[in-house]
Design a protein around this ligand. Structure first.
Ligand code: 13P
Length: 355
């Protein structure tokens, strides 16, 4: 694959009206989500759930790609087709999470550094052979009055850049995900300051490692107040601060910015994305979604581990995917949302967290 091919895969992921479904929860994370609903986390149940999501009729219209994790990319559908082929057969690009998780950072016990670089070249080659066209690595930044430390930001930026360079070498488009968490009581202003500093460090590291910006996607958090902050900024303020921060720190050569939902409820994540796309002024990148919880929560809730609910689960996913597809072009309205099955937060999901 040439640099041009990487760019065309990146652009396909964020084609007009499309975004990405993040369905790459690790087994322990998905088990916690299943446990909350009383669903047994067997390999078969996890496969059934992912197959339900991946075979949702019409969802390909709004999903340029789906991110899987190791177990899923090795699984086959009930008809015996590898799940990666189930996706590519519908024109959805298969992707793969390749980090091995956020681990305690030596010397700073409340912070983490994401691991997984050892042996990564060989793992990427193997995933490419299984049909993956893009990859994901998530760095996690904890925020309070003092944190993050410089050491945490630079260690995570370095790892993201090393990962991204290896992906491009192995013909995979890297999704670069530095997530500043919503946990805590910080203000939106503090989130903007730290998100900007983190993006600055990440793009500096990407430059040092020779990553071609045209052949990657950025997956950032939105600029938003901490969940426990007494002042939650209104939608327009979140959108304005997020776009300002990205204009300052995300180079125009990056083809697309695909937000994580980070614990926002499903409708709010859609509303914020829509508002960002409706703001005036330059947006040199496609601005879309790569949501996990905000796309899956209503579908998981509707399915509830029962075969008789598979089509209800698919309807719920289709609905959220179509709403977010509309938001990715600034055309989400109350009418588009109307009739949404279960779009609000189910009460059990507040502690859901990927590792
Ligand atoms: P959320 O949208 O649930 O934050 O998940 C996105 C993701 O891929 C986290 O790494």
């Amino acid at each position: 694959m040439t640099g041009h091919d990487l760019e065309s895969v990146a652009l396909t992921l964020v084609a007009e009206g499309k975004g990405i479904l993040a369905a790459d929860e690790t087994v322990p994370t998905l088990t916690r989500r299943f446990d909350a609903l009383g669903i047994r986390s067997t390999e078969e149940n996890r496969r059934t759930y992912r197959e339900m999501l991946f075979t949702t009729s019409g969802a390909a219209e709004f999903m340029g790609g789906v991110i899987m994790q190791d177990e899923t990319i090795r699984q086959k559908s009930s008809a015996g087709t590898p799940l990666a082929e189930v996706l590519s057969g519908q024109g959805i690009l298969p992707g793969i999470k390749v980090d091995t998780g956020a681990k305690p950072l030596a010397g700073s016990p409340h912070e983490t550094v994401t691991e997984g670089l050892d042996g990564l070249r060989d793992r990427l080659a193997a995933y490419r052979g299984m049909g993956a066209r893009f990859a994901k690595w998530r760095a996690v930044i904890h925020l309070d009055d003092v944190l993050p430390s410089l050491g945490c930001v630079s260690a995570n930026a370095h790892a993201l850049a090393r990962y991204a360079a290896l992906c491009q070498e192995q013909n995979l488009v890297p999704i670069v995900e530095p997530e500043v968490l919503m946990d805590g009581s910080h203000t939106i202003e503090r989130c903007e300051e730290i998100t900007g500093a983190v993006l600055h460090a990440v793009f500096h590291a990407l430059f040092e490692q020779g990553v071609a910006l045209e052949g990657m996607l950025l997956k950032p958090n939105m600029v938003i107040a901490g969940k426990e902050c007494s002042r939650q900024a209104p939608v327009h303020e979140v959108a304005t601060a997020t776009l300002r921060c990205l204009r300052r720190h995300a180079p125009a050569a990056v083809p697309g910015i695909v937000f994580l939902s980070g614990g926002q409820n499903a409708r709010l994540a859609t509303t914020h994305l829509n508002e960002i796309n409706r703001l005036p002024g330059p947006k040199p990148w496609k601005v879309s979604f790569s949501y996990g919880r905000a796309l899956q929560d209503p579908a998981l809730e509707a399915w509830h581990g029962r075969d008789e609910n598979l089509s209800a689960g698919q309807r719920a996913l289709y609905h959220r995917a179509s709403c977010n597809g509309a938001a990715s072009v600034g055309k989400y309205t109350d009418e588009v949302e109307a009739g949404a099955p279960g779009a609000d937060d189910p009460p059990h999901r507040r502690d859901w967290r990927d590792d």
